[in-house]
Design a protein around this ligand. Sequence first.
Ligand code: ATR
Length: 263
Amino acid sequence: MIHRHWLAELKLEGDYIREDVPPGKIASFLAGFAASGYVGANVTVPHKEAAFRAVVRAEPVAAALKAVNTLWLEEGRLAGTNTDVYGFLAHLDESLPDWTARTKMAVVLGAGGAARAVVYGLIERDVGRIVVINRTRTRAEMLAAEIDARVTPAGFAELPQRLRETDLLVNATSLGMTGQPPLDIDLGPLKPSAAVYDIVYAPLETPLLAAARARGHLAVDGLGMLLHQAVPGFERWFGVRPKVTPTLRSLVAADLGARERAR
Ligand code: ATR
């Protein structure tokens, strides 16, 4: 819907379609990509690591995350990047333009691929302290050890105390997503000036964002990240940098709403 909207808006010939590729077939699918007729692709969970292994050239951000979500061809060979970090930051820049100056400390919930991209983005913007809280503490410890000394791993027991100090709380777990359990945390101790960013976009208004708004915090939803992460790929494939507009946002939000109601 996003890419087709831009193709129509910019009057470009082309299409963006879905391919259903099971995990056992992704390596051969990507090995034959140059002959497929496509100019590029996005890949999503669980294929981002396989896509990283399939490229002959990965941009630095993808090499750091060992995950590729955007592919294109360079002289017939696959190249790739990861636009999740860009999408995360671009939406935050748009929602809270002075966030870097305001954010001395951030709490990230989760330690999977999405959390990794979030932490990488926060470090890129020089956030001084980042606490990664995860159910499986060893995963948080591994992420912290691998990324940067500014990252401190923690378990959920420490959350209330960390919320008091944080300027930005990011949910990068799958909790709160349609079909998953809710993210059951108490925002009571959260610093009043803190912003809350949920990268989950289905449903658009997660219980976390609703609770944050009710307490007067700035709530940043996951849809903006989804829309912005699509920009660099479109530009690569079609040669024009598209814009994330309120019209596009309403279109995708309405579709997400319709899907929720149909459930
Ligand atoms: P992704 O790559 O999309 O981030 P992932 O690697 O499966 O996906 O990570 C999902 C995140 O949500 C993890 O941080 C996971 O915590 P664990 O590392 O302990 O598995 C978190 N998560 C998923 N279900 C959870 C639950 N019921 N309670 C707490 N955390 C949960």
